[in-house]
Design a protein around this ligand. Structure first.
Ligand code: HEC
Ligand code: HEC
Length: 320
């Protein structure tokens, strides 16, 4: 009986997982807004010390998962961390480096902050605070926490974090690969990870972005790298759309010729395609509608989900 029950729980969990990752008709695509499966529990701390390549530091999983602590595996990679990036300010301002990592590369579930314009960072914090940047799936915890941080942060801490992240030189952390198939994935801590047995499945109209080394990413190593699988032909199609195939305004006219940003407008080259897609989708659906969001809205209005996938694949494939 217990076995039967376990079996049905397993089948149910698998069924839910499939639903979680299926292309939802109409609504926000589940691959871009991954939700942890019901009852999800992060890996428990076994007390073992974790290490990453190129660092002499050792940390337990509990230290790595402390929300008021940035796992700074490679202090030589960046200037000294401001207090708010390294340990936040209790009780509501979690360490920026906890999610965005010490020098800001973040991951598909958060955002890459490396080298963003200082004024742009401050404006985004203001938008999260005002509730004009909530995202299209508001139950996702990382985005919710970002909003509560923005509501609680002091002007001085916001300025210190913005000055710091804008001083970091952007670097490439993603390999974009066109393919008919992608690794089969499951959701862990709000991002996609390849299933351990290496199984693959048709990519369909999705972007499947996974850490190259799951244990390294779970250890919050800022040097973690990703592979993003995108549909065949999407990079070229995105290039045509970005350079004005008549469907929308040339992206480079505001984001700079190489899409590396211009003035207060952020760069989008070499950044997570999952993140880029999510932003385009949010602009279009009015869930990112601060002052800059109003500028982006008419640009995304005519774009389909496929167009946004192509634009994200193209932008992400460029050097940051
Ligand atoms: C709990 C995780 C978490 C922490 C801690 C966190 N953020 Fe974020 N942050 C996010 C998420 C998630 C997003 C992106 C949401 C989305 O998809 O739009 C984000 C987005 C941002 C953006 C927008 C980036 C862009 O390109 O538009 C900025 C700026 C930012 N965070 C700054 C900060 C600062 C400064 C701190 C520290 C005071 C901080 N964050 C702490 C989760 C976090
Ligand atoms: C008229 C100027 C303009 C054009 C043209 C434009 N953008 Fe933007 N874009 C902006 C502004 C301004 C922002 C900042 C939005 C904000 O503050 O919320 C932005 C933000 C973005 C973001 C979010 C970046 C982040 O860090 O979160 C993405 C992605 C983006 N644009 C993609 C595109 C693409 C793709 C195109 C071409 C199809 C494009 N943009 C064309 C002005 C423009």
């Amino acid at each position: 009986m217990r076995h039967l029950l376990q079996l049905s729980v397993t089948i149910l969990t698998c069924a839910m997982l499939t639903t979680v990752l299926a292309q939802s008709a109409g609504g926000p695509p589940a691959w871009a807004y991954p939700m942890n499966p019901p009852g999800f529990k992060p890996t428990p701390d076994d007390g073992a010390l974790r290490h990453v390549t190129g660092s002499s530091l050792s940390l337990t999983l509990s230290q790595v998962n402390n929300r008021f602590f940035a796992s700074d595996w490679h202090p030589e990679d960046h200037p000294p961390l401001p207090g708010v990036v390294a340990h936040g300010r209790e009780p509501d301002v979690l360490a920026c480096g906890f999610c965005h990592r010490s020098d800001g590369p973040g991951g598909p579930e958060s955002a890459d902050l490396m080298g963003l314009p200082e004024s742009y960072i401050l404006q985004q914090i203001a938008d999260f605070k005002a509730g004009t940047r909530q995202g299209s799936v508001q139950s996702r915890i990382p985005a919710k926490l970002m909003s509560s941080i923005a509501k609680a942060i002091t002007t001085d801490d916001a300025k210190a974090a913005a000055t710091y992240f804008s001083s970091v030189r952007p670097r490439s952390i993603i390999r974009v690969v066109e393919a008919d198939t992608a690794p089969k994935v499951h959701v862990t801590s709000w991002f996609l990870a390849a299933v351990p047995d290496g199984e693959r499945e048709p990519i369909g109209q999705r972007i499947i972005e996974v850490p190259d080394d799951l244990a390294q990413y779970i250890s919050r190593d800022s040097r973690s790298r990703f592979t993003a699988y995108v549909p065949v032909g999407s990079i070229e199609r995105g290039k045509e759309l970005a350079n004005n195939a008549g469907k929308t305004v040339q992206c480079g006219s505001c984001h700079g010729i190489d899409l590396n940003g211009e003035g207060a407008i952020p760069g989008i080259a070499g950044r997570s395609p999952t993140y880029i897609f999510r932003q385009l989708y949010d602009f279009k659906h009015g869930t990112r509608s601060g002052p800059g969001g109003e500028v982006m809205k008419p640009i995304v209005e005519t774009l389909s989900v496929d167009d946004m996938i192509s634009l994200a694949a193209y932008a992400s494939s460029l050097a940051p």
